[in-house]
Each structure stands twice: as structure tokens, then as C-alpha cells.
Design a protein around this ligand. Structure first.
Ligand SMILES: NC(=O)c1ccc[n+]([C@@H]2O[C@H](COP(=O)([O-])OP(=O)(O)OC[C@H]3O[C@@H](n4cnc5c(N)ncnc54)[C@H](OP(=O)(O)O)[C@@H]3O)[C@@H](O)[C@H]2O)c1
Length: 332
């Protein structure tokens, strides 16, 4: 029975891999704006766009990081005399600032073809240990920092009947995990946002892609690691750490192909397939295969969940044991 269900799953993955495009679709002379483009996944997307002859604008706050990133992105460009590679320093959590700056960028560089929302960060910890300020800043950057630029660009995309919007969620947009209570809440919110605007914008020819990166080797990931409880670190170690260039390539390809979800790797496939829910439908062969394998995938997911629960229980038992030993030593 399991073999019978596994076959369509394997065929689907092989066909997908075989037919997945090796090259990025033509973005020559298109204007791609990457918010959060001075570091990590966003910077890799900006570099890849520059390699493919696009005009690139990166947006972030820190000017030193922006100028350093611009040097690196320029090195990737293929036609520096024609290509416009620029940066703007804006805090994306301020609506007026991001709206005004997107308008100015369009006037100076040209109409935006793709808006990549990549600014965001994670702080991990047990729910009760977050300060109210930490909660607010996570919500501000991860939710409002995505909503604001999208709200600002939508009227222009609708008017031009063209445009691509990328939102950067995470695998924890689809499942909750120890230590990610606030971050995961924010990234779940982006899925609701992505599905809603996808439905609103489809008649206008504007596409929406929700990127779900796995653990990716970026400066942001290293900062996040400093805050991870032991349980979170051990659960994360069950997955693979990806290179930002590999993740960026997949996101850019999926966005240009008009795919709603952008994921990478087997864990991404399992999770995304299981959590498709009411997400947009594009291809009936894909729906058929997903429907055929979804039961099996739930079975696989149960294995992961049990492993994660075991890790949490093991850490809990160790901590309790330590507490007992400490109190014993105190009174002996
Ligand atoms: N790396 C991972 O393992 C991973 C996994 C899943 C999802 N993600 C998501 O992928 C996205 C990129 O992550 P990353 O690891 O590549 O991050 P990163 O290396 O920390 O880069 C974050 C970028 O966002 C900018 N930024 C942060 N706050 C901003 C603000 N208020 N206004 C404007 N720009 C701001 C940063 O520049 P400034 O600080 O100078 O503003 C920087 O350019 C995030 O949304 C993250 O949640 C990452």
C-alpha cells in the first residue's frame, strides 16, 4: 500500500526536477526591487537578478551594509553601462517612507516589475520570556514590513496589469515549532496575506509567490541561532542548512514561473504538499498527484512530529534532573 502511494510521489518529484528550469526567465531591463537586499537571501536574489541583466534596487536601513552590498551586486552585473544598480535606505515599518521611496524609485529607475519582500528576522525563546517590545518589533518587521510595501505597490501593478510580488515566509509559516511562537505567528500571517492578495490580483495579471525558505546560512540565521533554546537547536538540526544562493535561485525561478509556493528540498515538499489547503490551483496533474499522496505524507509528517516531541520531552527531563541535583547539592 505504502509503495503504491509512494510511486506517484517519487514520479512527481522526478518529473518536477527534470522539468525544473535550469535558467532564470528573461528579466533583462526589468526593474527588480529587493527589500532586505543588503544581506542574506535578499542580497543573493539581488545578485542573481543583476547577473541576469535586470535593473536592481535594494532597500534596507544600514547604509554601510547597503553600500557594501551594492559593490558586490555591481560585480555580478553583466552590462554595467546600461544596468541601474542602486540602493535606498528606508525603514520598511514606516508606511509613508516606504510608499514615497517606492514612488521615487519608479520615477528615477523605471516601473517596478518585481517586488521582493525579504526584510525580516527571528528571535527565538519560550513564549513567556519575550518582552512586549520584542513581540512588537517582530510583528512590525515581519508582518507590517511586508504589508506596507505591498499596499504601496498594488495600485501601480493593477494599473499596469503586470507585476510580481514575493513574500518571504518560512517553513514555520506552515507549522508551529518550539521556540518560534512569535516568529511563526508572524510568518503564518503572511500566508493569509499571500492567498488573499493572490485572489485579488489574479484578474489583473499580477502574480504572488510565498517563499518558504528552510534554514539558510545567512547573517540573520546566525543572529537567530544565538537566541535558540536547546530544544529549538536540536529540532532544527533535523533539517539541512542551505546556501542562500541556492535558495535565492529557487525563489526567483518560482516567482518568474508564477508559482504560488516556493520551497526547496524534501522537507519543503512534504510540508508544502500537506499544507496546500485552499491555496491557488494551477495545474491539474499536480492536484491529482498531491491528492494521491497526501495520506502518505501525513503519515511521514507524524514521524517528524513524534521525533520533535521526543526531543522536547528529553530536554525537559534533563532540565528536571539537573534541578533535582542542584537542590540536592544545595541542602547537602
Ligand atoms: N535565513 C534563514 O534561515 C531563513 C529561513 C526562513 C525564512 N527566512 C526569512 O528570510 C528573510 C531574509 O532572511 P535572512 O536570513 O536573509 O536575513 P538577514 O541576513 O538578516 O537580512 C535581513 C535584511 O533585511 C533588512 N531589514 C531588516 N529590518 C529592516 C527594516 N525595518 N527595514 C528595511 N530593511 C530591513 C536588513 O538590513 P538592515 O538591518 O540594514 O535594515 C537586511 O538587508 C527574512 O524574512 C527571514 O525571516 C530566513
Amino acid at each position: 500500500m505504502v509503495i503504491f502511494l509512494l510511486i506517484p510521489c517519487i514520479i512527481y518529484l522526478l518529473v518536477r526536477k527534470y522539468f525544473s528550469k535550469k535558467d532564470i526567465k528573461n528579466v533583462a531591463n526589468k526593474h527588480i526591487v529587493v527589500i532586505g537586499g543588503s544581506s542574506g537571501i535578499g542580497k543573493s536574489i539581488a545578485q542573481l537578478a543583476a547577473k541576469n541583466n535586470a535593473h536592481v534596487t535594494i532597500i534596507a536601513r544600514n547604509i554601510d551594509k547597503l553600500t557594501q552590498a551594492i559593490d558586490d551586486i555591481r560585480k555580478c552585473s553583466v552590462n554595467l553601462s546600461e544596468q541601474r544598480i542602486s540602493y535606498v535606505s528606508v525603514d520598511v515599518t514606516n508606511f509613508e517612507d516606504i510608499e514615497n521611496n517606492l514612488c521615487e524609485i519608479e520615477e528615477t529607475i523605471g516601473p517596478i516589475y518585481m517586488l521582493v519582500n525579504c526584510a525580516g528576522f527571528a528571535v527565538c525563546g519560550e513564549m513567556e520570556n519575550f518582552s512586549v517590545n520584542q513581540i512588537k518589533s517582530l510583528i512590525n518587521i515581519n508582518i507590517l514590513g511586508t504589508i506596507y510595501p505591498i499596499k504601496a505597490i498594488i495600485p501601480k501593478f493593477k494599473q499596469r496589469k503586470e507585476g510580481i510580488i514575493v513574500l518571504t515566509g518560512s517553513l514555520v509559516s506552515l507549522f508551529g515549532m518550539y521556540g518560534y511562537s512569535i516568529y511563526s505567528s508572524c510568518k503564518f500571517a503572511l500566508r493569509g496575506l499571500a492567498e488573499s492578495i493572490h485572489m485579488e490580483l489574479k484578474p489583473f495579471g499580477v502574480t504572488v509567490t510565498l517563499a518558504l525558505p528552510p534554514d539558510t546560512d545567512t547573517p540573520g540565521f546566525h543572529e537567530e541561532n544565538k537566541t535558540k533554546p536547546i530544544e529549538t537547536s536540536k529540532i532544527s538540526a533535523m533539517g539541512t542548512l542551505y546556501d542562500p544562493d541556492e535558495v535565492a535561485k529557487k525563489i526567483l525561478q518560482d516567482a518568474l514561473d508564477g508559482n504560488f509556493f516556493s520551497y526547496i528540498g524534501f522537507n519543503g515538499f512534504v510540508l508544502t504538499t500537506l499544507c496546500k489547503g485552499f491555496s491557488p490551483v494551477r495545474n491539474f496533474i499536480q492536484i491529482f498527484v498531491e491528492s494521491a499522496v497526501i495520506g502518505l505524507i501525513r503519515f511521514i509528517s507524524a514521524f517528524y512530529v513524534v521525533q520533535m516531541q521526543k526531543i522536547v520531552q528529553h530536554c525537559f527531563d534533563e532540565k528536571e534532573q539537573k534541578k533535582k541535583e542542584q537542590s540536592k547539592n544545595k541542602y547537602s
